[in-house]
Design a protein around this ligand. Sequence first.
Ligand code: GTP
Ligand code: MG
Length: 195
Amino acid sequence: MNVTQAEFVISAVGPAQYPEEGLPEIALAGRSNVGKSSLINKMIQRKNLARTSSQPGKTQTLNFYKINGELYFVDLPGYGYAKVSRTQREQWGKFIEQYLLQRDRLRLLLLLVDARHPPTRDDVSMYDWLTHFSIPVCVVATKADKIPRSQWQKHVKQVKETLFMRGSDPLVLFSSETGLGKDELWAIIQQHTEV
Ligand code: GTP
Ligand code: MG
């Protein structure tokens, strides 16, 4: 995919603010700090359109980025961030759940996990939840640049096994630093956004 146009459209706090042109949407979920915003930036070749931070919990709204006038990336708030209150966490949960269950133009959910470590309990619950509701999911194992190439396959296997991944769901090993996995991920996204 040759991205010629990418713009931030809106930070939504509820369905009334979701964009209305009916373009397909690719959402990104994962733990706080796993690299969701960085992945968007890498996919569209922009340094900092999606705001990234070494401080977890930065993205707290649904952020819509319009790509080539063809599709949206929807950056969801990260889960599993310890330093927020329980009520706040529950609110985020409801908010994300509402989007994931009710948004009919959601075509694919990219579930980001940290390639370096086995997926967490939160990651496993998220994957289970998505499959339970038949939401198409692509697992993206990020920060691969931090693992020696000789160990990539071992880590991929660990992610697949810990999530009990279905064979039909794709897994992409990714790095926002090196661009590893970028073309593969674009190909998967295009399969899901073509009409
Ligand atoms: P929240 O918005 O808090 O949910 O976080 P996020 O998932 O959007 O993470 P973000 O993209 O802000 O990245 C968090 C930190 O990880 C930043 O310091 C990034 O530079 C770093 N990071 C993200 N992706 C990669 C990667 O592929 N490789 C390396 N080495 N660092 C990465
Ligand atoms: Mg973010």
